[in-house]
Design a protein around this ligand. Structure first.
Ligand code: NAD
Length: 289
């Protein structure tokens, strides 16, 4: 398949390399990155020229809206715009409406799995958009990932992503504050893990990504909290969840509290550049008063 790939940063470059390795004809475009092993175009329009699918992996919804409207005049009707970025639900729906009027179906397909999953081709895609476009993109999801869930119409992929990551942010904070409390109560961390990971307090944050160094499976906690999934990316996703909650008039007090805490951690403390599980050393160093 002839594919244009826009945005070849930490995630986009390894995703594009996996498509190339599977035999697809990929032309990339990025404003700044010059990744090895990928044929790069000199312009957005050159990358999109003749492409059956244009994939975007960009920082935010504002940039996506701009790129999508620039792409529109250069993509042929029947080709597909496949956005894998994490953006606000409203931008995903606006882009789908705009491209739809030109006969270009659009899919919002944010991912879970991070740079490791992008490199290994084991991402999970959560996808919103028309059935036939999903069916056409499915072979590409199978190369770049291990699972693609069709979540419904446009915007529903982004909705699934921010709901998932709101749960993730909240459970990571709860797990970290519980470890810090357990320390002060004299409870051994390994005993805490052994109990919680097999009891009703278990979660992905505890069981698969334990924030306590030396406990549970290997995680960024065992590597000085080098990301992994950086705190500022968690903050981005939590803010998207709260923006969506406001637009939809949904009451999400714990999601809001998690957003406020990550904002404080990233903007006023030393959380920027640290893994999002570095909330544990943050809580360790604090007291109630
Ligand atoms: P990144 O900053 O490494 O890459 C984004 C790339 O887009 C950059 O290379 C930048 O130069 C390029 N770009 C920006 N504006 C452009 C434009 N107008 N035209 C062409 N290129 C442009 O970011 P990333 O870590 O690769 O993340 C990309 C998306 O994936 C984000 O939406 C992020 O939230 C999401 N995501 C990231 C992770 C992760 O662990 N990094 C995990 C899941 C989802």
């Amino acid at each position: 398949m002839k594919i244009g790939f826009i945005g070849l940063g930490n995630m986009g470059a390894p995703m594009a390399r996996n498509l190339i390795a599977a035999g697809h004809d990929v032309t990339g475009f990025d404003l700044a990155a010059t990744p090895e092993g990928i044929t790069m175009a000199h312009s957005l329009t050159e990358a999109a020229d003749g492409a059956e699918i244009v994939i975007t992996m960009l920082p935010n919804g504002e940039i996506l809206r701009q790129v999508a409207s620039d792409l529109l005049t250069h993509m042929s009707p029947g080709s597909i715009l496949l956005d894998c970025s994490t953006v606000d639900v409203a931008s995903a729906r606006a882009v789908a409406d705009q491209t739809g009027t030109k006969g270009i179906p659009s899919l919002d397909a944010p991912v879970s799995g991070g740079v490791g999953g992008a490199t290994a081709g084991t991402l999970t895609f959560m996808v919103g958009g028309p059935d036939d476009a999903f069916a056409k993109a499915k072979p590409l999801f199978d190369i770049m990932g291990q699972k693609a869930v069709h979540c419904g119409p446009s915007g529903n992929g982004q909705a699934a992503k921010i709901c998932n990551n709101m749960i993730l942010g909240v459970t990571m904070i709860a797990t970290c504050e519980a470890f810090a409390l357990a320390d002060k109560l004299g409870l051994d961390r390994q005993a805490m893990f052994d109990v919680v990971s097999t009891s009703s307090g278990y979660s992905w944050s505890m069981n698969a990504y334990c924030p306590a160094p030396g406990i549970g499976p290997q995680s960024p906690a065992d590597n000085d909290y080098i990301p992994g999934f950086a705190s500022e990316l968690m903050l981005k996703d939590l803010r998207l969840s709260q923006q969506a909650a406001e637009d939809a008039d949904a009451d999400t007090p714990i999601g809001q509290a998690a957003t406020n805490l990550y904002a404080q951690f990233v903007e006023d403390e030393n959380g920027k550049g640290q893994d999002f599980s570095a909330m544990l050393p943050r809580f360790e160093s604090r007291s109630r008063s």
